[in-house]
Design a protein around this ligand. Sequence first.
Ligand SMILES: [Zn+2]
Length: 266
Amino acid sequence: MYFFDPHIHVASRTTDDLQALARAGCVGLGEPAFWMGYDRTAAVCFYDYFRQLTEWEPKRVANYGMAHWAWVGMNAKEAENVGLAREVIALLPEFLDRPNVLGVGEIGLNKCTRNELTTLEELVALALARGEQLLFHTPHLEEKYRGTGMILDLLAADDRVVPERVWIDHCEEHTIRPVLEAGYWAGLTLYPTTKMTPERAVDMIEIYGPERILVTSSADWGPSDPMAVPAFIQAMRRRGHDDALIRRVVYDNPLRLMRQSRNFQG
Ligand SMILES: [Zn+2]
């Protein structure tokens, strides 16, 4: 079955991973800007990273017959330095105008500090002023519930927000309901250690249906599985779900979301 992985950090993955994805039926990858495992020391480092995401990684992915789309933003793990964040935010418009850049992401919260929230508010303000789509990273484990609530409050306070152009990622059992009820897209991240298993993602589809749900690997430089979406497809089949429903989640849904961006090509 053809599928997309709309959230994977290609810059951290090998060509073996790309080969395996293409052979499994993957037709396109979405790559949000994220933390590369160390804090960058200057805005120019982000400039180079955004060039990597918009110039070099699309070429690597194209070698395997897949499409590549990027999101640019400043991740929560480096957002504590508000001065640096402002310099990075000033770089974004140039990249948001590039082909196949889908919007501002992934942005969000990590430890839910005051400075993180300030950076996030300024990123969201830029996105809304420009009519960009938004991709949010919600915090890990202990801060998940509180951080997701803070992001939802921030969005609810601005009447320029168009819910179907907002993707709240890394949802879990205790956070998915308010995300869907507010009309946003809910991302389910399949991780071998933390986050969600393929079976739990199938549970979510059975409870909530396929509308506005995305399944991704979010594979990066740590323990993660670039073949997570095919694992989800297998788990859905094991539960007896038909291909039409599975295709809706792994192909139609990501395409629908991505096509809303003005720079989408494909
Ligand atoms: Zn990510």
